[in-house]
Design a protein around this ligand. Structure first.
Ligand SMILES: C[S@@+](CC[C@H](N)C(=O)[O-])C[C@H]1O[C@@H](n2cnc3c(N)ncnc32)[C@H](O)[C@@H]1O
Length: 223
């Protein structure tokens, strides 16, 4: 499905979120930066927006890997990288499955996964894989849609069910893909249940920051 929408993915993101996705990723950067990681994995990197932000937010020595299982999405990232600066040029983009990461144990100080965990076929396994590749004390950062505050829920779900697939269909030519994404948003746990999932996967000191009336949440856990 991501192969089909890869070419228009960035444009659709900007339009459908009204540009808020840029702000959500900026909040993610602030939190990642505070721990000064040296080796960072951006899982489900897609077209690479988070990986590029990491390259520009963290010190020039930071090693950044962007990993995704969808080659056409990675091709978008690699095309952007060719027209970018020396910091972005250092990002290593590679193909791999989040459920079976092609990475050694304890090989990263931070993992970011932005709007990717929701799409993984087995969330618990994906979280355990993230924990495996983190060094002790390393942090996972899960930026993802969440459940909105109750008063806002009817407006939000009207938007995601009725307006979002139609507009996305015009932009990407693939209404079905966004109807599927809408279903994954509705089925995704709220912030408290997500914190529990992180704890069950072995993370500790789990903290959550809710954004934009709860429609997005950033969970951080320590390995
Ligand atoms: C909605 S995009 C998010 C891309 C990017 N992180 C962002 O914030 O824009 C979700 C990405 O998750 C990737 N993905 C889904 N399941 C995956 C898995 N098991 N392993 C690796 N990548 C996966 C998809 O290929 C897609 O690029």
């Amino acid at each position: 499905m991501f192969s089909r929408i890869a070419g228009r993915y960035d444009l659709a993101n900007r339009l459908l979120s009204g540009g808020m996705d840029l702000w959500w990723r900026r909040c993610l950067m602030q939190v990642v930066r505070s721990a000064r990681p040296r080796r960072v994995l951006d899982l489900a990197t897609g077209s690479g927006d988070v990986a590029f932000s990491l390259a520009h937010s963290l010190s020039a020595e930071t090693e950044i890997t962007g990993l995704d299982f969808c080659q056409p999405m990675l091709d978008q990232a690699i095309a952007k990288q060719k027209n970018s600066d020396s910091r972005a040029a250092k990002i290593r983009f590679r193909q791999g499955d989040g459920l079976n990461l092609p990475c050694a144990d304890a090989s990263f100080d931070a993992v970011t996964v932005s709007f990717g965990l929701r799409n993984m076929a087995d969330r618990d396994r994906a979280l355990r894989e993230m924990r495996r590749v983190l060094a002790p004390g390393g942090r996972v950062h899960v930026l993802e849609f969440s459940q909105p505050q109750p008063w806002f829920a009817p407006i939000y779900y009207f938007y995601t069910r009725r307006i979002l697939p139609t507009v996305a269909g015009w932009v990407t030519g693939d209404r079905d893909a966004y109807a599927y994404l809408n279903a994954t948003i509705a089925a995704y746990p709220g912030h408290e249940a997500m914190s529990e999932e992180l704890l069950r996967a072995g993370f500790r000191e789990v903290r959550v920051t809710r954004m934009t009336l709860g429609i997005v949440a950033l969970h951080v856990g320590v390995a």
